[in-house]
Design a protein around this ligand. Sequence first.
Ligand code: CTP
Ligand code: MG
Length: 392
Amino acid sequence: MLCAAIVVAAGRGSRAGGPVPKQYHIIDGVPVLRLALAALAAHPDIGVIQVVIHPEDDSLYRSAVAGLEKLRPPVAGGADRQASVRAGLAALADDRPDIVLVHDAARPYLSQALISRAIAAGERYGAAIPGLPVTDTVKCVDSQGRVTASPERAGLRAVQTPQAFRYDALRAAHDAALVAGREGLTDDAAVMEYAGHPVTVFEGEAQNVKLTHPADLDRAAGAPSPRLDDVRMGTGFDVHAFGPGDHVMLGGIAIPFGQGLDGHSDADVGLHALTDALLGALCEGDIGAHFPPSDPQWKGARSDQFLAFAADRVRARGGRIGHLDLTLICEAPKVGPHRDAMRARIAQITGVGVDRISVKATTTERLGFTGRREGIAAMASATIRLPEETPE
Ligand code: CTP
Ligand code: MG
């Protein structure tokens, strides 16, 4: 069973305003679009993700998604959301997934549990959408604002994304709507309803808001986060031996040196220890489990992508990184002059404020392998806070 996700990100965010379209707005160091994609990419049942973007956003897109997994090259969207989804569906024609989840880039807070519910409901019903009971009384009005009807509240749901469908059925429904000139439908359920398919609502979640107005962006930026009571601490340790070379990669910085460090990747012991500290706090294995040294694609790989991956996993689980603390153990090179550059670089990779990142160094008084200048060791610890949520 292949399950794909389409994320529509081609809108202009005209109601939200701001210097960039809202899906590229930065919340706590991370673009909105990246938060949504990281959550989808982290779900084990999602195989591929197709993002639909505005052609003018190409460079914003590239920097927002660097290092994320499962992404197909982006395709250009259309004049309205319906046209953008159609472009995403067409781009998945060769994959021909069984189930497709369609999600708004402007909803960055979806949980793993919601994605699981969407996939299960999509498989079961063929067309399923997350919804919540409404608390306001809802009125139908005419163009003068006169009330024309008062639907019974108990029978109303406020509907969200991700919406889940059988791919073939959704594609056919979009094609039928296009041929009939039925435009401007604001969600895919409406397209399926138009094509005569029954659609079922499953339980949405309150945190999964769509950022729409400037106040939504302000609230997101300063938001007291949802309760993150599950505080965890992880540790990491790594060693690489010196070998031939003219620089070492350490803490994400290239330091000119009379030797290099041996390793399958760029051998940045500092970033490796930090990656393992985050994975340890998540209880999600270690760096070798995610990026096996036996896999040629990681040969010479930059270690910043390993660390970015681990930081994204924390966010994908709805969590925050509390702090990162790295200790480098070597006689040389001297770390002090590069400490602030390393902190700044680690902040950039992880999207964590530099005031929450510590880099320290020590020698081992000429004792042991580090004392004999045979290599560099690094140890790290990380604290993270996760929501108290039972994974499904
Ligand atoms: N969307 C899209 N293509 C469009 C219009 C919208 O991919 N032509 C996407 C948006 O990027 C967003 C989602 O559909 O992720 C929901 O749309 P909306 O919240 O209306 O976003 P915008 O259209 O960008 O905002 P606005 O209507 O305020 O301009
Ligand atoms: Mg819109």
